[in-house]
Ligand binder design. Structure first.
Ligand SMILES: NC(=O)c1ccc[n+]([C@@H]2O[C@H](COP(=O)([O-])OP(=O)(O)OC[C@H]3O[C@@H](n4cnc5c(N)ncnc54)[C@H](OP(=O)(O)O)[C@@H]3O)[C@@H](O)[C@H]2O)c1
Length: 358
């Protein structure tokens, strides 16, 4: 029975994917005498936690009930009061937790508080699923840097463009729509200035999406992004341009007038680990790196890759000069290659989507 209700709580949590950052996804279910009397999910940072919604729905029936929650209830005052205190106040009898919260402000303290108040607490029901649900949050909390997904669309021979730089379109429309679903689940989309110059992309979530747009981040050491680029002029989403230390205020001003923000690095080049620390400080919990080959190469060589999403089209491009998905130096020895595990394979339209994780 515990697993059944926890599965429901996990499903509730999942419904808010892409909208809770920098907070985790959390679902809660209140059960009394074999009946579900309340449920809820955390929907947005700053808004009530899942337990609050579920207990509110349960009303007086919360007394003596069992509460299933996908993540350890918080024990500290953040933007909302501690959920552990609310569970105690509502006199629930038992709390079942899927996984503990690695956030140093919580980290077992929520569970301890409940137990000290005499509440029976069970921990670890569907833990694996709950850990996967919040892997981006857990990575961010423990490293203070965003979770990195590399994404590319490639031909069957591993090319992301032709030798002349054309990449529209390698994959089918269905696969390209799927990219929008994946973008939505990340806080920011990262590309190199090479991709801006070659494709002038919009880098927004489209196809009926009306919610928050991910931030568009361009790695552009010398500020080569044209002032007429879509990401500068369209006002569809925030745009951050990352530049080297040598770029001057005067150079940046015309972009700032259109709403673009700058991250000026301390060095003349953009060092990926420093960039990730900088994005982490700005509450960016996850990034979707959409190329091109040079930028992918830099993420790989700095070992900053948690997940790869590859769309593979049954097309052959060929040629030594056509870029492959990941450029840069590459590894010289097989033993140094980054080994991932395939987590998901799916046919989308005429293409194959592969999700692999470290
Ligand atoms: N099929 C796909 O999924 C896909 C996706 C994206 C792009 N593409 C294709 O790929 C091509 C563009 O790729 P690209 O490799 O030439 O360009 P890119 O990776 O988009 O951009 C590379 C440029 O970014 C700048 N940069 C700044 N910091 C960097 C860092 N730490 N590491 C790497 N680059 C950094 C560098 O220019 P500065 O030195 O001036 O800063 C560098 O030349 C286009 O043909 C495009 O159509 C295909």
């Amino acid at each position: 029975m515990d697993e059944r209700y926890m599965r429901l709580a996990l499903q509730l949590a999942e419904t808010a994917r892409g909208q809770t950052s920098p907070n985790p996804l959390v679902g809660a279910v209140v059960v009394k005498d074999g009946e579900v009397v309340g449920f809820g999910a955390h929907l947005k940072a700053g808004e009530p936690h899942a337990e609050v919604h579920a207990l509110r729905m349960a009303g007086a029936k919360a007394e003596g009930a069992t509460v299933y929650v996908t993540l350890e209830p918080c024990s500290h005052y953040g933007r909302t009061p501690p959920c552990a205190d609310l569970l105690i106040e509502k006199k629930v009898k038992r709390v079942v937790v899927a996984t503990t919260d690695p956030n140093p402000l919580v980290a077992g303290k929520g569970i301890e508080k409940l137990r000290r108040a005499g509440i029976d607490v069970t921990v670890g029901v569907l833990k694996e699923e709950a850990d996967v649900l919040n892997e981006m949050f857990f990575h961010y909390i423990s490293t203070k840097t965003p979770y990195v997904t590399l994404k590319y669309a490639m031909s069957l021979d591993g090319k992301i463009a032709t030798k002349t730089g054309e990449s529209k379109w390698i994959t089918s429309e269905e696969a390209r729509r799927d990219v929008h679903r994946e973008r939505k689940q990340h806080d920011a989309i990262v590309v190199g200035v090479g991709t801006i110059l070659a494709d002038n992309p919009s880098l927004t979530v489209r196809f009926g999406h009306e919610g928050k747009q991910p931030i568009r981040v361009v790695l552009d050491t010398h500020l080569r992004t044209p002032l007429q680029a879509n990401i500068v002029t369209d006002n569809m989403a925030p745009t951050w341009i990352v530049v080297g230390h040598h770029v001057t205020e005067d150079q940046m001003k015309p972009y700032e007038q259109t709403g673009v923000q700058f991250i000026r690095m301390n060095e003349h080049t953009i060092h990926i680990p420093s960039l990730l620390r900088e994005l982490g400080k700005r509450n960016v919990m996850s990034i979707f790196v959409e190329g091109g080959a040079h930028v992918h190469g830099s993420f790989l060589s700095s070992c900053s890759v948690q997940q790869v999403i590859a769309y593979v089209a049954p097309t052959l491009i060929g040629g030594n000069e056509a870029p492959s998905a990941i450029g840069g130096e590459g590894f010289g020895r097989m033993m140094d290659a980054l080994r991932l595990q395939v987590k998901h394979v799916e046919m989308i339209g005429s293409d194959i989507k592969i999700v692999a994780k470290g």
